[in-house]
Design a protein. Structure first.
Length: 236
């Protein structure tokens, strides 16, 4: 099995593996590495002091980052009548009802990244739970994807609304932008996401909430962030 490439090794050499950096310093390190032939995503991993096996310690939500994520999502909307027209005018890529549900069920069609539904269409969408649920695509009122305000929902999703959810290991993984973004914009996006996660802290969570944080590009090494250096954490 081949080892890390030359670019990865060079980037790793600039990082002190045992050191935790302030967010702006970590982002500067990330930006200083050699760029790849494609515009890498910038990812953040946040280890939380929660036990997601307990329903009252689940951390989940959604946020439109200040500078987007550099990508426009393909949006599917389940709607009918006036709301179908509204969704199309708002920029939805696919709009329909039973026809699209049948295509998903019978053909395994999944050429979309976000799903929105009006409340009256959840009877149709509910039948797709086994397909959409495991992929994190099931519409949810708490995430703003089951709504009559189709225009706002579509525009937010097209702008790169980030949904976050703690996994079984207690970690949230999310994209906060592209490597081509200015470091300041990446810092502002990361700060906005971290602030949202802090606001979502379960009342039953005990001890340290933000345990570990790291950022990386798609092909780059992880850079550890000092949670105590974050103004968001200090204000919490």
């Amino acid at each position: 099995m081949a080892g890390p490439g030359k670019r990865y090794r060079k980037a790793a050499e600039a990082i002190q593996p045992t050191q935790m950096y302030a967010l702006p310093d970590a982002m500067a390190l990330l930006k200083a590495g050699d760029a790849t032939k494609f515009d890498e995503s910038v990812d953040i991993a946040i280890c939380l002091g929660v036990d997601p096996r307990h329903a009252d310690q689940m951390v989940r939500g959604a946020i439109v980052l200040p500078h987007g994520i550099g990508k426009s999502a393909r949006v599917l909307v389940f709607a009918k009548g006036a709301k179908e027209k509204e969704a199309k005018e708002a920029g939805a890529d696919f709009v329909g009802g039973d026809d699209l549900a049948k295509k998903i069920q019978d053909e395994g069609w999944l050429d979309f990244e976000r799903v929105i539904a009006t409340p009256d269409m959840m009877g149709v969408v509910g039948k797709l739970g086994k397909v959409l649920g495991p992929r994190g695509l099931m519409p949810n009122p708490k995430l703003g994807t089951v709504t009559m305000d189709v225009t706002t929902a579509v525009r937010e999703q097209k702008a790169g609304k980030v949904e976050y959810r703690v996994d079984k290991a207690g970690i949230i993984h999310a994209v906060i932008g592209k490597r081509s973004f200015d470091a300041e914009k990446l810092v502002e996006n990361a700060s906005a996401l971290l602030a949202a996660i802090l606001r979502a802290k379960p009342a039953s969570a005990k001890g340290v909430y933000l345990k570990k944080i790291s950022i990386s590009t798609t092909m780059g090494p992880g850079i550890r962030i000092d949670p105590q250096s974050l103004p968001e954490a200090q204000a919490a």
